[in-house]
Ligand binder design. Structure first.
Ligand SMILES: [Zn+2]
Length: 956
């Protein structure tokens, strides 16, 4: 993979030089549009956008989409953790505190309650040089209230004393959660090795140790010194006209103070010292990872926004097709994957990295891997960068822009792009590469020399003594001088096998639309070996289609670890055989997926621009039919699969508890430990046999939709039938995992020990078999529970950083679920708190004063989303495929759910909640996961056999 592809969604910029406002009350200035490429997606053709600068200097963009099912807003400020000052973690802690009360809305839970009750989501993050806050997916009628609450973060936060004391624990728990994650550990080793004069070297997350002296006053001062309108950008998405949205934005963000603060500049300071050149840093991971990274701190001129040389360089270095670096490394059994791309370290420093996922052999022979990469770079430097690659990328950027679909997170996405690009050109440079600068790309490739490279290896098989321990996260690492190796790589010889990519055969030429209609999906075929639905949807008029095939087979049984492992190895081979062409396809907006679905068999999907979709489908089928298994690859993939199953034991305690809960709920389920055992016994003959006979008996469930005719759907069906030939199979022969309802006898829990730090609990209550009535109760009740549960267990009690609740469906059974991951509380204690919360929740539902209002708000927001449930063609087609096969082709299901919910009253909900959460419902199960570190035991009660034993503990 290269660096991330261009964002897919944007809208036509609409603005003139005169004010848009009609009332004359506003004072914002409009910024002229920078892009005049019309949108071709019919749903968005009336979307209008304006860019503005408010009198206080804040810059922003308003997106008016009068039919949008949701609204949202985001704000960024160029203030981040590099400006922490005396107390590490100040910027991050302040970010947390902004959510907890403003002058007009002093209640610490007010914002969360309002957003969650409006069906919305919210979050914020603190980066090195900026912070960003957003709410999204809020129902249109709640937009004004959400914006009013949100905007006050930035001019009248309270930093309430009692919250300051408590919320510090949330940040500390966040830090402790990160300590166990390899990504964070590697980052902190890099920080420790960085130039101490560059702010990158600081510890930025914060913990109790670094933050204990922070008080309300500290936060007010920091806020005043770093949050200023001239450093802010915003974006809003709403249903109002652009004029109204601009006025609302001015009303909301206009009161933010402008202190005319400068941005932080690190332009003349290197992030990493030159002593890291010609040095290999070995880092020990917690999981069994093997990752080699070559990194260069490159001059800032390569940030050229119009020509994007780093993006074009990443496109060829990260290429996965024929004659690519990855192909070569795979052939030599050195690597499993590769990525390349540029990243920003703050506003002024650039890093370019090539990362390789290595095989066991690759770690052993890492010198060969690096040598090959430098040979490959020499091969590319020898030729000139071909213009056709630039043309292809730009053509795809253009159609991706023109055929974009609705994106409920667009305000958040645009706010992030806007702060990077700046208001004058936005969104032109975020979406397009405006000029081809061949020289700049060549010269950038010339920067990638062995002498200026920083080498990092993350692997458990360290070849040197890891004699250093990183200060904050505790990661072990060591430095190896590789001076003589570097000398050898200096005159790396070009290779014939490395070449620039050829013209991409998947780039679409023809984007015309076929005839479509508004009818429900048609059953085109219903005869052995299965069914084919066709759905030429009219609602989303984009030149895209999806081909979805479920090959049900009795050969894969969800409770049989051996069959699951064989299926996983088989799909791995299929993916490997497709890599060289799927990269081209993906660059041309065409994607495929082949996966083992735990209860259906093998599922494959091809979707994207319709014109070449069948071309890709045919290639997928050829590989499914014959994945060409070889012994060398078999050995690599088998080891890789075993490693991934074993890594599951190093996952967070919450993930492990969730996995155990699935094992409890499904009658047939293989845990990662079972799969790890099974994979060891598999031999290449077993896989060959499995792959040859996999489709001997199969039942096909097919769904083809979008910009595609019935003839094309039928020809795809014929392709599948002939490539994967076999005899028909009754769907009854396919073994499906069923859900066992919890017995209504007595609540029960299971305790499990994990080798990681931290504790977790997952708690689930069975509600019974689904119908529309039960499902409505579950949906409305869990939405009403979301905020109070979070407020109680996290904000007030500070039991953990991850605190969540909700509902889920498994098979046809419905459940309510709650989960906490904690570094301070014993799981048994958490269980008691969750139960206590349910009692309070039921009482509030029966008695609290604002419950009627909250019920109406949650219900109307949920109804509004049900009336307009899809943002994209892809999500609609997948949902209709689900209805076709999992819901007996009941394509009216949403209308039925709507009707039931419309009639549902608060009295209904009270009765439902009492039956679901009251003590008469004993269908309750909890999984408690306890980590093994000493800190887990700090507050866990010890059981003593007798009063004397208890009494005499003090004498020990
Ligand atoms: Zn945080």
């Amino acid at each position: 993979m290269t660096s991330s592809p261009p964002p897919l969604l944007a809208s036509r910029i609409f603005a003139q030089n005169r004010p848009l406002c009609s009332t004359g009350a506003s004072h914002y200035k409009l910024v002229p549009h920078s892009l005049d490429i019309p949108l071709l997606t019919r749903q968005l053709k009336d979307r209008k956008v304006a860019k503005l600068v408010l009198p206080n200097g804040i810059k922003g963009v308003v997106i008016s989409d009068t039919e949008s099912p949701v609204t949202g807003a985001a704000l960024s400020v160029e203030a981040g953790s590099w400006m922490d000052g005396r107390h590490d973690g100040t910027a991050h802690f302040l970010e947390h505190m902004l959510f907890l009360g403003t002058k007009k809305y002093p209640n610490e839970h007010d914002y969360e309650r309002f957003i969650y009750d409006s069906n919305g989501q919210l979050n914020g993050y603190t980066a090195s040089d900026h912070s960003l806050y957003y709410f999204t997916s809020v129902t249109p009628s709640a937009f004004d209230g959400a914006l009013d609450r949100f905007s006050r973060f930035f001019y009248e936060p309270l930093f309430n004393d009692s919250c300051v004391e408590r919320e510090m624990n949330a940040v500390d728990q966040e830090f402790r959660k990160n300590m166990e994650q390899d990504g964070w550990r590697v980052l902190h080793v890099r920080k420790e090795l960085a130039n101490p004069a560059h702010p990158f070297s600081g510890f930025n997350t914060g913990n109790l140790e670094t933050m204990k002296l922070i008080e309300q006053e500290t936060l007010h001062t920091w806020f005043h010194n770093h949050y200023s309108a001239n450093l802010m950008h915003f974006a809003v998405l709403g249903r109002d006209s652009v004029e109204q949205l601009a006025e609302k934005a001015e009303l909301a963000f206009g009161p933010i103070k402008n202190h005319n603060l400068p941005t932080l500049s690190t332009a003349n300071t290197r992030v990493f010292p030159e002593s890291l050149h010609r040095t290999l840093t070995w880092i020990e991971p917690i999981k069994n990872l093997r990752e080699l990274t070559l990194a260069w701190e490159i001059p800032f001129k390569y940030n050229d926004a119009a020509a994007k040389p780093a993006k074009l360089a990443a496109h060829v270095l990260g290429y996965e097709g024929k004659n690519s670096i990855l192909s070569m490394l795979k052939r030599e059994e050195l690597a499993e994957g590769l990525s390349a791309g540029k990243s920003h370290l703050g506003a002024d420093n650039l890093l370019f990295e090539i990362s390789v996922s290595l095989t066991e052999k690759g770690v052993r022979d890492w010198r060969d891997v690096v040598g090959r990469i430098f040979q490959a770079i020499a091969s590319l430097q020898k030729e000139t960068y071909p213009k056709h690659l630039f043309d292809e990328v730009n053509f795809m950027n253009k159609i991706a822009y023109q055929y974009q679909q609705r994106n409920s997170g667009i305000a958040t996405q645009w706010c992030g792009l806007l702060r990077k690009e700046g208001i004058d050109t936005f969104p032109r440079q975020s979406y397009f590469i405006e000029q081809f600068d061949q020289e700049a790309v060549q010269s950038l490739l010339g920067e990638f020399t062995p002498d200026t490279c920083m080498y990092t290896m993350i692997a458990q098989e360290a070849q040197i003594d890891l004699n250093k321990t990183e200060k904050w996260m505790g990661a072990k690492y060591g430095l190896q001088s590789i001076q003589s190796e570097v000398e050898g790589w200096r005159d790396a010889q070009p290779l014939d096998t490395i070449q620039y990519p050829k013209a991409n055969a998947y780039i679409p030429q023809d984007l015309k639309m076929t005839k479509r209609n508004n009818d429900p999906p048609q059953l085109l075929l219903d005869a052995e070996p299965g069914k084919l639905y066709h759905f030429p949807d009219e609602e989303f008029a984009v030149p895209e289609s999806a081909y979805i095939f479920n090959m049900k087979t009795p050969k894969i049984r969800p409770g049989n670890a051996r069959s699951v492992v064989l299926a996983a190895l088989y799909t791995r081979f299929v993916h490997e055989r497709l890599t060289e062409l799927s990269y081209d396809a993906a660059s041309a907006g065409l994607h495929y997926d082949v996966s083992v679905s735990s209860d259906t068999g093998i599922r494959f999907i091809v979707d994207g621009y319709s014109e070449k979709a069948q071309l890709l489908l045919k290639s997928v089928l050829e590989r499914l039919q014959n994945p060409s298994i070889t012994l060398n690859e078999f050995t690599i993939y088998k080891e890789s699969l075993e490693r991934s199953y074993k890594n599951a034991a190093k996952e967070s305690p919450l993930r492990q508890a969730m996995d155990k809960l699935s094992a409890v709920i499904y009658d047939q389920y293989c845990t990662p430990a079972m799969l790890a055992d099974a994979v060891q016994t598999v031999k290449i003959d077993d896989l060959e046999q499995f792959s040859k006979s996999l489709f001997d008996m199969r039942y096909i469930e097919a769904f083809v939709g979008g910009n595609v005719t019935a003839e094309e759907a039928t020809s795809a069906w014929d392709l599948v039938k002939t490539h994967l030939s076999g005899s028909p199979c009754s769907p009854d022969l396919v073994v499906k995992s069923k859900v066992l309802p919890f017995p209504n006898t007595r609540p029960a829990y299971h305790s499990t020990a994990t080798p990681v730090k931290g504790n977790a609990i997952v708690w689930a209550v069975g509600l019974g078999e689904r119908d529309h009535w039960l499902r409505t109760g579950q949906e409305l009740m869990t939405k009403l529970m979301k905020e109070p549960f979070y407020t109680e267990l996290r904000t007030k009690q500070q039991t953990g950083y991850i605190v969540s609740s909700g509902g889920f469906q498994a098979d046809k059974q419905l459940f309510v679920q709650a989960a906490v991951q904690s570094n301070s509380h014993d799981p048994r204690d958490l269980l008691a708190r969750i139960e206590l919360f349910q009692e309070t929740f039921l009482r509030d539902l029966a008695e609290s004063k604002d419950i009627e209002e909250r019920f109406e708000s949650v219900k109307s927001a949920t109804l509004a989303r049900l009336r307009q449930p899809y943002d994209t063609l892809g999500s609609k087609l997948r949902f209709f495929n689900y209805l076709a096969y999992e819901e007996s082709a009941n394509f009216d299901m949403l209308a039925q759910r709507l009707a039931v919910m419309e009639a549902y009253t608060l009295a209904d909900l009270r009765q439902f909640a009492e039956e679901a959460l009251g003590r008469d419902n004993k269908r309750r199960v909890a999984v408690l996961a306890t980590g093994n570190s000493p800190e887990n035991l700090l507050f866990s009660y010890e059981s003593c056999a007798s009063p004397d034993a208890l009494k005499n503990r003090s004498k020990l």
